[in-house]
Design a binder for this molecule. Structure first.
Ligand SMILES: *Cc1c(COP(=O)(O)O)cnc(C)c1O
Length: 435
C-alpha cells in the first residue's frame, strides 16, 4: 500500500501512476469529480502540474493540447495574464468578507448588459447551485411543483435534477443515482430532447440546455426552442435555459442571442468564473423579486459573489469581444472539418457536430438528435481507443464519450493542425484494431 502522506522516496516528482495510487487512498476513485477518473476510457489520469493557453503539462512533463479546458470555463485558454493579474490583485485585498463588494455589481451589470432580457441575477458558487435554486424559484413563483427536463441534459447534481442527467452519470455506466429518493424525483418528468413534451398547468418549469453539451453535442432541432417558448407561454410554465456551458460562449449573449428565443430564467456558470467556482441564476426583475430578502424563496451562500471569483469573471468577460467569438468559431470550424476528414480518410465513420465554437464527436454515420441516439453511437466503443491514441500523441480530449470538445481563443492554427494530424494517426490505429 502506498502511504499518501509520504512523498515518493528518492524521487522529487511523482509519476501519474504513483500519484493516482496515492490519490485512491484518500479520495474516492482518486478524484474529486467522477469523470476525471478515466473510468470509461481506461488507464490512469494525467495529473496536471501547470497549464498555459491551449496547453497543460502533467507531473511527468508531458504536454497536451487541451480540449477539456476545465469542461468549459477555459474560453480564454489557461492562465490568461489578465485573469491571473485580476485574481492576484483581488487576493491581496482579502478573499471573502461576508459583505457586498463593487465587483459583484459590476459582474451582474456586465452579464445583464450582454444577455437579451436578463434584468437581475444572483451569484452562487457552482452551476449545480444555480440550477437547483432556479428550480426552487420557479416553484415558488408559480406555486406549482412539476418540472420537466430532457434526457441527456445535465443541470448539476442536485437530487431533483439528477434524473437521466447526461455525461457524468452516463460515463459511469449508471442508470441513475443511489441515494436519490423516489420522493426527490417524483415531480421531475424526463422527456426526450428535441421533442415538444406535454406541458400543462401543473408544470412550474421546463429546464433545457438550449444546445445539449452533456451528451456529446446535440443541437436543438429547428423550432424546438420556439415550441418550448410557445407552450410555456400557453400554460404559464417558466422556461429555464441552463446556459452554464453556452452562456458567453456561443455569443456575447449566449444561446439566447444565438437563437433569438428568450427564456424566463437563466442558469450560468463556467465561463463567468474564469476558472474559479461560480454560478448565477437570473431573470426578470419581477421573477427575481420572489427571492429573499425581497420575497419568500430562500437562497444563500457564504462564498456567493466571492471577490476572487468575481475578479476572474469580470476579467474574462472584459477580454471577450466580437473578435474573440469570430476567432473561436473559425477555430472550431477548422477543427471540425479537419477531424471529420482525418477520420473519414482512415475509414472510420464519425460525425463532428458543431454549434458556434462547441464541438462534439460521435462515431457512426448519424448525427444524434437525442440521448438514445447519442448512446447508440457511444455503444460502438470506439471513443475509448481513439481517446487513448490521441492522448499518447499529446492531445487531451475529455476522458468520456458524452463530453463536448472545448476550444479556446488560445488554440492556434498550429495547435489545430497538430490535432488533426494526430487524429489521422489515431483513427488509423483504431481502424487497424477493428479489422
Ligand atoms: C457543468 C454544468 C452544470 C453544473 O455546474 P457545476 O459548476 O459543475 O456544478 C450545470 N449545467 C450544465 C449545462 C453544465 O454543463
Amino acid at each position: 500500500m502506498v502511504d499518501p502522506h509520504v512523498p515518493v522516496a528518492g524521487n522529487a516528482v511523482a509519476t501519474n501512476v504513483e500519484l493516482f495510487e496515492r490519490a485512491c487512498e484518500v479520495l474516492p476513485g482518486g478524484v474529486n469529480s467522477p469523470v476525471r477518473a478515466f473510468g470509461s476510457v481506461g488507464g490512469t489520469p494525467y495529473f496536471v502540474a501547470r497549464a498555459e493557453g491551449a496547453h497543460v503539462w502533467d507531473v511527468e512533463g508531458n504536454r497536451y493540447i487541451d480540449y477539456v479546458q476545465s469542461y468549459g470555463p477555459g474560453i480564454l485558454g489557461h492562465a490568461p495574464p489578465a485573469v491571473v493579474e485580476a485574481v492576484s490583485a483581488a487576493a491581496a485585498d482579502g478573499t471573502s468578507y461576508g459583505a457586498p463588494t463593487e465587483r459583484e455589481v459590476l459582474l451582474a451589470g456586465e452579464m445583464c448588459a450582454r444577455v437579451p432580457g436578463l434584468e437581475m441575477l444572483r451569484l452562487v458558487s457552482s452551476g449545480t447551485e444555480a440550477a437547483m435554486s432556479a428550480v426552487r424559484l420557479a416553484r415558488g413563483a408559480t406555486g406549482r411543483n412539476k418540472i420537466i427536463k430532457f434526457a441527456g441534459c445535465y443541470h448539476g447534481h442536485s437530487d431533483s435534477l439528477l434524473a437521466a442527467g447526461g455525461s457524468g452519470v452516463a460515463n459511469q455506466g449508471l442508470s441513475g443515482c443511489d441515494g436519490v429518493t423516489p420522493g426527490a424525483v417524483a415531480d421531475t418528468v424526463v422527456a426526450p430532447y428535441n421533442v415538444l413534451p406535454d406541458i400543462d398547468d401543473s408544470t412550474a418549469a421546463v429546464l433545457v440546455e438550449p444546445v445539449a453539451a452533456n451528451m456529446g453535442l446535440v443541437a436543438p432541432a429547428p423550432g424546438f426552442l420556439e415550441g418550448l417558448r410557445a407552450a410555456c407561454d400557453h400554460t404559464g410554465a417558466l422556461l429555464v435555459y441552463d446556459e452554464v456551458i453556452t452562456g458567453f460562449r456561443l455569443a456575447g449573449g449566449g444561446a439566447t442571442e444565438f437563437y433569438g428565443v428568450r427564456p424566463d430564467l437563466w442558469c450560468f456558470g463556467k465561463v463567468i468564473g474564469g476558472g474559479l467556482p461560480v454560478g448565477a441564476f437570473g431573470g426578470s426583475r419581477e421573477l427575481m423579486g420572489h427571492l429573499a430578502p425581497l420575497g419568500g424563496v430562500y437562497q444563500a451562500g457564504t462564498l456567493s459573489g466571492n471577490p476572487l471569483a468575481t475578479a476572474a469573471g469580470l476579467a474574462t468577460l472584459e477580454a471577450l469581444d466580437t473578435a474573440s467569438y469570430e476567432r473561436l468559431e473559425a477555430t472550431a470550424m477548422r477543427l471540425a472539418a479537419g477531424l471529420e476528414e482525418a477520420l473519414a480518410d482512415a475509414g472510420v465513420e464519425a460525425v463532428v457536430p458543431r454549434v458556434g465554437s462547441l464541438l462534439g464527436l460521435f462515431f457512426g454515420g448519424r448525427t444524434p438528435r437525442n440521448f438514445d441516439e447519442a448512446a447508440a453511437s457511444v455503444a460502438s466503443g470506439l471513443y475509448a481507443p481513439f481517446f487513448g491514441a490521441m492522448l499518447r500523441r499529446g492531445v487531451a480530449l475529455a476522458p468520456g464519450p458524452y463530453e463536448a470538445i472545448f476550444v479556446s481563443v488560445a488554440h492556434s492554427a498550429a495547435d489545430i493542425d497538430a490535432t488533426i494530424a494526430a487524429a489521422g494517426e489515431a483513427a488509423a490505429e483504431v481502424a487497424a484494431e477493428l479489422s
